[in-house]
Design a protein around this ligand. Structure first.
Ligand code: 13P
Length: 250
């Protein structure tokens, strides 16, 4: 389906010096990767990451951005600022942003707009809570998150959107979705995109799975027909594990 993309989401981990060290460790291990490889680092580590990835094909992502270009928004970072420093990607709508920092489908849509306007590629996260899965409304929840976030996104712009399906109950819990569960929802996201755009367009979109993906379970998840990559938290902080996942994406 879409091009394989393996992205690490470092969350709130690593200092600039530690960022340099970890990327230096990852670089030789992923030099023969056939998929795209991205590291998503804290804002203060972006400069170190951009410097460290030089001479490799590793992309650098921020973990959020504000929707305004500039202004009185203490503590915020704009998409323009990220683009200006050479960042290529931004993770948006992560469940931790939604759960702990008040992000909603509407603010995620605004951030997506700003990121695309600035020329960034977006890793858009969607996923259901355990209660929603138990109620049997996973499909509705994920389709709605996807539709709202993509509101106003053109077919051309969609080539700069990667979608990450991250069931909230699988994040940081060690409880991975089964390969069937992951594939079922990734396929549903693709169907939602087909409805919004076309089958042709939907086939080209990279849809990742995220949630306790690790060196041991990555190959099975990545072998699914609609899973085109992974967004990896904990395991992305260990270079050999991350490299194993990258090698499994083919
Ligand atoms: P874990 O891989 O630690 O479960 O985190 C997944 C995630 O949230 C990636 O964005």
């Amino acid at each position: 389906m879409g091009k394989y993309v393996i992205a690490g989401n470092w969350k709130m981990n690593k200092t600039p010096a530690e960022t340099t060290a970890l990327i230096e460790e990852i670089k030789p291990l992923v030099k023969d990767a056939t998929c795209d490889v991205i590291v998503g680092v804290p804002f203060v580590d972006l400069a170190a990451a951009l410097e460290a990835v030089k001479g490799s094909k590793i992309g650098v992502a921020a973990q959020n951005c504000h929707w305004e270009k500039s202004g009185a928004y203490t503590g915020e970072i704009s998409a323009e600022m990220l683009k200006a420093m050479g960042v290529g990607y931004v993770i948006l709508g992560h469940s931790e942003r939604r759960t702990y920092f008040g992000d909603t489908d509407v603010t995620v849509q605004k951030r997506v707009r700003a990121a695309l306007d600035a020329g960034l590629t977006v890793i858009l996260c969607v996923g259901e809570y355990l209660e929603q899965r138990e109620q049997g409304i996973t499909g509705e929840v994920v389709a709605m998150q996807t539709k709202i976030a993509l509101g106003g996104v053109s077919k051309e712009e969609l080539s700069r959107i990667i979608i990450a399906y991250e069931p909230v109950w699988a994040i940081g819990t060690g409880r991975t979705a089964t390969a069937e569960q992951a594939n079922e929802v990734c396929a549903l996201i693709r169907k939602t995109i087909t409805g919004l755009y076309s089958c042709q367009t939907a086939k080209k979109v990279t849809i990742q799975y995220g949630g306790s993906m690790n060196a041991a379970n990555a190959a099975e998840l990545l072998a699914q027909s609609d899973v085109d990559g992974g967004l990896i938290g904990g395991a992305s902080l260990k270079a050999p594990d991350f490299a194993t996942i990258v090698a499994a994406a083919k």
